[in-house]
Design a protein around this ligand. Structure first.
Ligand code: GN1
Ligand code: MG
Length: 358
């Protein structure tokens, strides 16, 4: 495979293509990621190209990570926070031909999963994301910069959808007609959120904002959670972002790319494990309003993701990587099916939440 990797980038960190083994890894839709294995060292490294059409200010990411790392180091020195390694010139990133790169330590003896095959994995992952928020409960989230402004702002996502709807082609619009109707019919989710958003006990917290299972490292033998990774979207947000995205990505055995909608079913044991893991860290910290919105967090995030995929489809697919033209539309259908599943199982899910809140 031809690696799209300038040797100047390696040089910034003291390597050359000759003294290092490079493999492309990861399944993310946004950044390019490489594993670097210098044969002369025991350690390995992760090298990542930051997608600057998505992250317009890589410096904001670097500043956020530094502020959080400093706080954690002072208050929780044993906590493993995987922050970037400086270049040989002491810079936080290597900038080569206007591209931003950063290098991270590879955490040895860990695995990252692409799919969950056991409820315990949901427990471990949810615990790790909950732990990060708990440790940062007294950290002033307002000093962090939004690395993607309005990232999980559903009102903005709805506006972006209506804009795409008014500017798209007739052909795409008619192709997506049922999903456009779904998007409009579910707008009550946004209205419901707005009715809560001004409550005083609904604070901004430090959120990871991308809590899919592959963003947690597990111990390779015990499968216990070790740490969270992919920290570009750490920024202030409502607690619903992290828990909601876990519901979106852990509960069904099949991903957002699954096109057979009969397979989109919620697995209750995974939900229960996820709730237990998250609350094991966050139960004493969540406010009454937040506790009320636990199940709603899933609806909010799944609906938002459906809108985002649909918007991208209507805009001609310029955001998410696709492998065929209608893939973002298929992902939209998948997410609306998942949203329906959350509603169909509402009673059972809410019972599980309540059992675990006492
Ligand atoms: C993007 O690239 P990845 O998988 O880490 C997106 C998330 C979406 C996800 C959907 C910065 O994340 O918000 O939920 O795709 N990240 C960004 O697969 O837009
Ligand atoms: Mg990500």
């Amino acid at each position: 495979m031809e690696l799209n990797l300038d040797s100047e980038v390696l040089k910034a960190y003291g390597y050359t293509k000759e003294n290092i083994v490079i493999t492309q890894i990861g399944t993310g839709l946004i950044n390019r990621t490489y594993l670097l294995s210098p044969p002369a060292e025991e350690k390995k490294y992760i090298l990542q190209n930051i997608n600057t059409s998505v992250f317009k200010s890589p410096q904001a990411i670097a500043d956020n990570l530094k502020a959080i790392a400093d706080y954690l180091k002072e208050n929780y020195p044993d906590y493993l926070f995987v922050k970037p390694i400086a270049t040989q010139n002491g810079e936080e990133m290597a900038i080569v031909n206007n591209e931003y790169w950063r290098m991270l330590p590879y955490v040895a003896n860990t695995v990252s999963l692409d799919v969950l095959t056991e409820p315990q994995q949901a427990y471990e992952a949810a615990k790790q994301f909950g732990k990060l928020s708990r440790l940062l409960n007294n950290f002033d989230a307002s000093i962090l910069k939004p690395t993607i402004p309005g990232f999980h702002d559903l009102a903005l996502r709805f506006e972006q959808f209506t804009l795409a709807l008014s500017t798209t082609t007739e052909s795409l619009q008619s192709q997506a007609k049922p999903q456009i109707d779904d998007a409009l019919e579910h707008k009550y989710i946004l209205d419901y959120f707005k009715s809560y958003s001004h409550r005083v006990d609904f604070p901004d917290r430090v959120m990871h904002h991308d809590t899919k299972i592959s963003n947690v490292l597990l111990n390779a033998q015990s499968f216990e959670g070790v740490c969270v990774i992919d920290l570009d979207t750490i920024m202030p947000g409502k607690f619903i972002s992290d828990l909601g995205d876990m519901m979106r990505t852990y509960l069904c055995a099949f991903s957002e790319n699954e096109t057979d909608l009969d397979k989109i079913k919620i697995r209750l044991p995974y939900f229960e494990a996820m709730i237990k893991g998250y609350l094991s860290e966050m139960k004493t910290i969540l406010t009454e309003t937040e506790k009320e919105l636990i199940l709603f967090s899933g609806k909010y995030i799944v609906y938002m993701q459906a809108l985002r995929f649909l918007t991208d489809f209507l805009n001609g697919n310029n955001y998410y990587s696709i492998s065929y033209p209608a893939q973002n539309l298929d992902r939209t259908k998948n997410q609306f099916e998942l949203l329906q599943e959350l509603s169909r199982n509402e009673k059972e899910l809410q019972d599980i939440i309540e059992e675990n809140l006492v």
